[in-house]
Ligand binder design. Structure first.
Ligand code: ASP
Length: 310
């Protein structure tokens, strides 16, 4: 069985001017995750590395470039989960941490807890020597301008004029050569959210889940809707009932559409290396590395391939 990594940069109506940067960004992150797997790293190491690359890329709503709440502040959420042990770690509402996914991993590995929020997450970061950065250094000019232009929360959820989903998130799933799976998801949430709002992304079973018995999932979409259907677990429950990774993702996104009238996306990998990148929004930037091939896409049914440059 060969190791596989899949990443996404958020399911939403990605405008043409962000299309190339989004696709380039997910391709680079998938390469990053794949090089960790090739050098003997675990699935957990691979998803952390891939999500760090996405957090460092200002085109995505996570880490550097994350979106702002109603007060114009950052409040970022992240989760990471190990399918071998079912251990997970998450942070929510962190403001001045450059890579929330790595702090989430430290919560998993160095505390008896599954999530730390706000001030507690920062105190913990300090106590283990994770350096903080100034929140301003993570806020891009683009985001500040968008925030000033769009003062209403609902325009962060849906574009006012074309009624297309308007927010994003990043994530990765991987399986390593030992057939261990892992997932990670990181986000700034939704622009103009209330202070203290936490969406699905850091919530186990919603923004992500990993279990060596079925697979690993990372989700993106309207957090309050994903929470209602526990999207990551819903996908895995279909896989447990014998559905393929792709059918399980499609069925679950369809359920979210039917039951709560919402759209989104998910990436999935199974312990045997089957994988899927599925979305019901206008676009989702995604990329995957399997064997020596880098797969990627943006529009529905788009699946391009190129040889992996090592
Ligand atoms: N799920 C994220 C949230 O609601 C946003 C997204 O994935 O687009 O916080």
């Amino acid at each position: 069985m060969s190791a596989v990594v899949v990443v996404h940069g958020g399911a939403w109506a990605i405008p043409d001017e962000l299309a190339k940067a989004s696709v380039d960004g997910v391709k680079a992150a998938a390469r990053e995750g794949s090089s960790v797997l090739r050098s003997g790293g675990s699935a957990l190491d691979a998803v952390e590395a891939a999500v760090r690359a996405l957090e460092d890329n200002t085109v995505f709503n996570a880490g550097h470039g994350a979106t702002l709440n109603i007060d114009g502040e950052l409040e970022m959420d992240a989760i990471i989960m190990d399918g071998k042990t079912l251990a997970s770690g998450a942070v929510s509402s962190v403001k001045n941490i450059a890579n929330p996914v790595s702090l989430a991993r430290a919560v998993m590995e160095k505390t008896p807890h599954a999530m730390l929020t706000g001030r507690g997450a920062n105190l913990f970061a300090e106590s283990i020597g994770v350096s903080t950065v100034s929140a301003d250094s993570l806020i891009t000019k683009y985001e500040r301008k968008e925030w000033e232009l769009r003062k209403k929360y609902m325009t962060g959820v849906m574009e006012e004029f074309n009624l297309e989903w308007a927010h994003d998130t990043v994530g990765a799933v991987a399986v390593d050569c030992a057939e261990n799976v892992a997932c990670a998801t990181s986000t700034g949430g939704i622009r103009n959210k209330m202070v203290g709002r936490v969406g699905d992304s850091p919530i186990i079973g919603c923004g992500g889940y990993a279990d060596n018995l079925s697979g690993a999932v990372s989700c993106t979409g309207h957090g309050e809707s994903i929470l209602k259907v526990t999207l990551a677990r819903l996908i895995l429950s279909h896989i447990e009932q014998g559905k393929s990774v792709s059918d399980a993702s499609q069925l679950s996104l369809q359920t979210m559409g039917d039951r709560v009238q919402s759209a989104g996306g998910a990436i999935v990998v199974s312990p045997s290396g089957q994988w899927a990148a599925t979305f019901t929004t206008v676009r989702m930037a995604w990329a995957a590395v399997e064997h020596d091939v880098l797969w990627f896409g943006l529009d529905p049914n788009e699946k391009q391939e190129e040889m992996l440059r090592l």
